[in-house]
Design a protein around this ligand. Structure first.
Ligand SMILES: NC(=O)c1ccc[n+]([C@@H]2O[C@H](COP(=O)([O-])OP(=O)(O)OC[C@H]3O[C@@H](n4cnc5c(N)ncnc54)[C@H](O)[C@@H]3O)[C@@H](O)[C@H]2O)c1
Length: 252
């Protein structure tokens, strides 16, 4: 796919990986629908594109709310007339042990709220945005490409029952959609990053992060630009479908 002049929807676009991917696409002449639930961050982010010639618009929406997502994609089609690519990137963390003990006594367990809120954003949000984007692409007869953001925690990370389950689910959706949507010329791939230097990682427990980096063969965090580069590669390479690109600094 030639990115120039195409229309891309990026969720969680106001900061971190979503912002880096959006900037990477804008630098190649893409038109962008920047989606985020944080209006203040979104407005700030939109201002940073003022020198770009392509059309860039911001949309406040919660990707886990079906009504919001349906209205969002209707509005994007109304504004741009087409959607060629989607980056299903919005995500949250609410880490915690399934069961936490001290002196052999149970002191807490993962709450249903912490489980459900991560599943709602990181898995249901991907489902809803992917479904709506695919519907628009099929209705308009457009060739398209969807990128779902997974994580290396899809294999099961300590303290991440909710996050790991959602990110493994995202890989399953990627595989199903690649099989179901190829007949409409819609490709679906996933990126599974290791630790990337974003605000999400900055908010992690420093000890857990330090131990995580020690296990990375390249001994450093990934940069958001390295993820943006991967997203651009996926959009441009038209034979890549149903793949999960692990970009994690080497095998553990
Ligand atoms: N940073 C990492 O190390 C890393 C590693 C692997 C995977 N990921 C995944 O990459 C994605 C982006 O991560 P990041 O580090 O940039 O995170 P981040 O917290 O820096 O940014 C996430 C963005 O998503 C938005 N968002 C959150 N919930 C939303 C919702 N319900 N609706 C709309 N927008 C919402 C936030 O407002 C924020 O702007 C996430 O899916 C994350 O799980 C990140």
């Amino acid at each position: 796919m030639d990115i120039h002049n195409k229309v891309f929807v990026v969720t969680g676009a106001a900061r971190g990986l979503g912002a880096a991917i959006s900037k990477g696409l804008a630098s190649k002449g893409a038109n962008l629908a920047l989606v985020d639930q944080n209006k203040e961050l979104l407005d700030k982010s939109l201002k940073s594109y003022k020198n770009h010639k392509s059309e860039i618009k911001a949309y406040q929406a919660n990707v886990s709310v079906e009504e919001d997502v349906i209205k969002l994609f209707d509005k994007i089609i109304n504004d741009f007339g087409q959607i060629d690519g989607l980056v299903n990137n919005a995500g949250i963390l609410k880490d915690g042990l399934l069961i936490k003990t001290k002196d052999k006594k149970i002191i807490s367990k993962m709450s249903l709220h912490d489980w459900q809120s991560v599943i709602d954003v990181n898995l249901t949000g991907v489902f809803l945005c992917g479904r709506e984007a695919a519907e628009k692409m099929i209705e308009l007869g457009l060739e398209g490409c969807i990128i779902n953001m997974s994580s290396i925690s899809k294999k099961g990370n300590f303290g991440q029952s909710n996050y790991s389950a959602a990110k493994a689910g995202v890989v399953a959706l990627t595989s199903v959609w690649a099989k179901e949507l190829a007949r409409y010329n819609i490709r679906v791939n996933a990126i599974a990053p290791g630790f990337v230097n974003t605000e999400m990682v900055a908010n992690m427990n420093p000890e857990v992060l330090k131990k995580g980096i020690e296990k990375v063969p390249l001994k450093r965090l990934c940069t958001p630009d390295e993820i943006a580069h991967t997203a651009i590669y996926i959009f441009e390479n038209e034979y890549l479908d149903g793949s999960v690109i692990e970009i994690d600094g080497g095998p553990r």
